[in-house]
Ligand binder design. Sequence first.
Ligand SMILES: Cc1cc2nc3c(=O)[nH]c(=O)nc-3n(C[C@H](O)[C@H](O)[C@H](O)COP(=O)(O)O)c2cc1C
Length: 193
Amino acid sequence: MSSFLILYGTGEGQTAKVAQRIAATVSERGHEATVIDVRDRTDSLTLNEYDAVVVGASIHVGKHQEAIREFVSENRDALAGMPTAFFQVSLSSANEEKQEEAAGYVESFVAETGWHPDRIGQFGGALRFSEYGFLKRLMMKQIAKDLLTEERQPKGDIEFTDWDTVDAFTADVAAFVEGRLGVAPNDTEDPTA
Ligand SMILES: Cc1cc2nc3c(=O)[nH]c(=O)nc-3n(C[C@H](O)[C@H](O)[C@H](O)COP(=O)(O)O)c2cc1C
């Protein structure tokens, strides 16, 4: 069994939902998963309490949450010494033609923070017009127009996240961590012992 920290930033909750799904899948494999919203982290949070770290963030107006960028930059050395993964949630990832844009956000994040995660996942996000205030709704209508193909443009709330893709990413991350640490899924024994 290994311990995973899943730390995320979110604006409207979709990245939190993905983080919870990743935690559930990791737990099903017999590992321990701790999920923390970056806004709720305390000074006592130390990465060496965990065997592996997964960081998630969403895109708002071309940027990831500042608290995530800060956390990753501050903890870059610790992250470099352990198995890690990063996942990004955005509307760009919901459109085949905007993959380059989504990948560009990841590239900027890596360049800015200097952190090179072992695995990277990019997932489509959600639009929750019913929860946005007036200005955000206006902005999102325009962003949706720019980023989505006509047939995908929503009339109301819509979730583009492909959960099979999230599960496949998690399985890959878990298998990588198990390989690095020499632990088997659903097993507390060290198979190399
Ligand atoms: C104000 C606002 C700005 C956004 N800007 C972008 C953007 O520039 N590029 C993009 O791909 N998605 C953009 N999105 C879409 C979000 O990434 C998507 O809604 C995602 O699900 C948000 O995840 P969260 O709820 O965890 O914050 C934006 C969403 C909002 C509400």
